[in-house]
Every structure is written in structure tokens, then in C-alpha cells.
Design a protein around this ligand. Structure first.
Ligand SMILES: [Zn+2]
Length: 283
């Protein structure tokens, strides 16, 4: 499942490819992913609009477009959910079975594909207003982070998934950051010491920055071949294949901890897997 680094990698990849391109046709095959925007509004708004920018906020992509008739720019929000992918496909290629929306950009189509339709490509950008600070920006401050944690009795691993606390962290990087910070995933958020909060904030920034640098972690290119010219989300062009090796605890149950060689444990918290080292993450 894509988290902040994967979405950032995707945004960096797509940004120059779509810049200045005009939407010549809008094809909606699964109206569910547009919700709550009605398909007619979606089509009418985007037809003839030109891409002027692409940014990321948390796990969301924010496409900026300029509409001809109306000089006020509009935003299109993309969220990949569990299985979504957004890529450019050459015109004339067969569309994937689960292509939910295609935007005709001339020589190519911008395709939003989602096998489970949990993601979104919508004109409703209200979700962004509910997000906490961007973890890699200066606005992610230790003092406010500490204050937010003080108000929660949830286990810290579960609390880190709250996008209102800090934006963009999902199941993978929550486990990785806690391991890096040597904090037990079961510790109540309001019980973290000042030193632990500082370590955790830094660990979050380090694991996310490293992941962006490396390209990605999640091998979402399953089912596709790299040779067909599509961008497979999850791997930046030229990124090394060994990225998964860089995850220190996630999906490594029973494998030796890279610090102490004790076996990594997997537990379930709020119906999701947590991976940690019981020896290194005791407090
Ligand atoms: Zn360990």
C-alpha cells in the first residue's frame, strides 16, 4: 500500500510528463473512484483543462489544472488507496482491465487503474484540510507533535496511522520509524517521554527521506512487465531492485533484528500487522 514516499516518487515522475498537457477527452469507466464528484461534473470540469502542476500532500496527489473558460485554477485529487496506480500509457495500447478513469492527453492517456476501487480521483479536495503536518517540512515540530501525542491513549503504532497527527505514514513506515526510535509499538502515545518524542520525530523523517531517495518499497509492479513502457508505481525509473532489503523490521517476522539478532516479532494492532524487535524496542 502506497505511503508518503511512494506517492512522492510518483509525483516527481509524473510532474514533467503531464505538465502543459491538455485533457482532450475524459473516459470514466468506474464512477465510484470519482466520489463524491458526479461523473458529469467531472467530465465537464476537466474537458479542455490543462495540467499546470502536481504536488503531494500526505498520501494524496494534487494535480493543478487551468480551465480555459474560467481563469481560476482547479485541483484534482488522487489517492491510490490499496491498489491504485496512475501512469501514462501510449495511445493505442490496450487499457488494463481495471482502468477506472482515462484522461486523453494527445499522444498518451493518463490512466487511473484500481483493481479494488478503494482509491479516488476526484474534484473533492476536502480530505487535504484534515491532514496533520507534512513530516518532512519544518511545520512538523517536536512541540506540537508532543502535544498531539499527549492527548491520545492509543498505542503509538496505531496513533501514527492517524493522518491528522502527521500526514503520510502508513503501516510500513510506522513500524520502521518505531524501530529506528527504539520505541515499543504498544506504548500509549501519551506515555512517550520528551526524549522518545524527539527520537520518533527524527526517525520518521529519516525513514521517509531514505525511502524517497531509494525510490520506493512496495513492489506494486506485480502483473506488469517493465518492458511495456508504462510506469509501474512502486519503482522509479532506474531505482535499484534491492529496496525491500532496506526495510529493517517490516514483513520480517522471525528474521534476525539487524541490531541485536533477536527474531523480529509480528503482532496485530487495530487489525493491522506491526513488526518490531522486542529486545530493542522494550520501552
Ligand atoms: Zn533488536
Amino acid at each position: 500500500m502506497p505511503e508518503l514516499p511512494e506517492v512522492e516518487v510518483l509525483a516527481r515522475h509524473l510532474r514533467p510528463l503531464i505538465h502543459g498537457k491538455t485533457i482532450r477527452a475524459v473516459n470514466v469507466r468506474r464512477a465510484k473512484v470519482l466520489l463524491p464528484t458526479p461523473p458529469r461534473t467531472f467530465r465537464r470540469t476537466l474537458l479542455g483543462a490543462k495540467f499546470t502542476g502536481l504536488s503531494r500532500r500526505g498520501k494524496y496527489l494534487l494535480f493543478q489544472l487551468r480551465v480555459k473558460a474560467n481563469r481560476k485554477p482547479i485541483s484534482l485529487l488522487g489517492h491510490l488507496g490499496m491498489t491504485g496506480r496512475i501512469f501514462l500509457a501510449q495511445k493505442g495500447r490496450r487499457l488494463p482491465k481495471h482502468a477506472a478513469v482515462t484522461l486523453d492527453l494527445g499522444a498518451s492517456n493518463l490512466v487511473y487503474e484500481d483493481t479494488r476501487y478503494f482509491g479516488r480521483l476526484t474534484l473533492d479536495t476536502s480530505a487535504v484540510a484534515r491532514l496533520g503536518p507534512e513530516p518532512l517540512d519544518d511545520e512538523f515540530r517536536a512541540e506540537t507533535f508532543a502535544q498531539s501525542l499527549k492527548r491520545s491513549r492509543q498505542a503509538i503504532k496505531v496513533k501514527l496511522l492517524d493522518q491528522g497527527l502527521v500526514a503520510g505514514i502508513g503501516n510500513i513506515y510506522a513500524s520502521e520509524a518505531l524501530f529506528r526510535a527504539r520505541i515499543s509499538p504498544g506504548l500509549a502515545a501519551n506515555k512517550l517521554t520528551v526524549a522518545q518524542v524527539r527520537r520518533l520525530r527524527l526517525a520518521i523523517r529519516v525513514v521517509l527521506a531514505e525511502a524517497i531517495e531509494c525510490g520506493s518499497t512496495v513492489p506494486l509492479n506485480l502483473g506488469g512487465s517493465k518492458a511495456d513502457g508504462l510506469f509501474y508505481f512502486g519503482r522509479a525509473p532506474g531505482a535499484p531492485d534491492f529496496y525491500e532489503e532496506r526495510l529493517r523490521v517490516y514483513d520480517r517476522e522471525e528474521q534476525p533484528c539487524p541490531n541485536c539478532r533477536h527474531p523480529i516479532k509480528r503482532i496485530i494492532q487495530a487489525a493491522r500487522s506491526t513488526f518490531y524487535c522486542p529486545h530493542c524496542q522494550r520501552a
